[in-house]
Design a binder for this molecule. Sequence first.
Ligand SMILES: [Zn+2]
Ligand SMILES: [Zn+2]
Length: 314
Amino acid sequence: MIVRGRDVRARCTFCNEEAIYIVKHRKLRLCREHFIDYVKTEVENTIYRFEMLKNVKKLLIAVSGGKDSVTMLHILHQICRELGTEILGLTIDTEIGEFSRKQVETSVQVFKSLGIPYRVERFSDYGIDLLRPDLEKITRRPPCSVCGIAKRYIMNRVALEENCQAIATGHNMIDIAQYAIANILTGSLEYLTKLLPKVEEGPRMARRLRPLYFIDEKETKLYVETVKLPYVADRCPLSDSRETMQDTVRALVRELEDRHPGSIRSFVDKLVRRIIPSLKVPEERYGTCKICGMPSKGEVCSFCRIRMLLRGET
Ligand SMILES: [Zn+2]
Ligand SMILES: [Zn+2]
């Protein structure tokens, strides 16, 4: 709960400054400075607990320009500097007009202000055009699915090209809980195993890290505002305007955490410690895509398959 100056009795648990944030489940009241410290420490604890940066000499940090990835970049920049881990920023231009233009501009602005080397990759360079009116009909996937496959593919490719052993993405605790519950509802248990804070590397596949696994989206929003970092708050113009099941699940997750502080945090913790380890999901076997040489479950990877469809080859 944000107090912001209304309650003069709300003082920081650690100093006498005015509290701007309350961590209800831990009974902590935090001032500006101690709130920033708290978020950084939480991220650090996640990194150490899951040995995320073990054997990582160079880390690729994927930034969309939203509050989560900007917070992650700002914190990882400090942690990696302390550890001597090299970092590279990556932002992917999905080329869907004003929204993506703002995303790239904001990401580049943050990279530059922190002095972080970065790459910008454009969807058109990979043969993807999300604005094609027949996209959904040809690929038989909604634009969000095409976008997700393309982004994951590009991230992994750039990681390999740049000798990065791991990729960090800014998924927060609410995102993770939402995906997990939605997958349970649809019985897609095999996807649950992909929701760990760290997904180990494989041949031609970089390790995936989610350092914000235990961070509430409320905290990243307050973090960017408190540190005064630029970020894009807009919703993607291609996202479905009707309420999808994912939206409903998200609202439910939000309400649970608000009414029962700590409940979602405890759920994602159980996901890691109990739920996922107890699943008997057969290990996935990856071969090599015969077109691009990247890891693939079938002969052709889903990304190359989409590109073939868009070029009219099947
Ligand atoms: Zn304080
Ligand atoms: Zn391929």
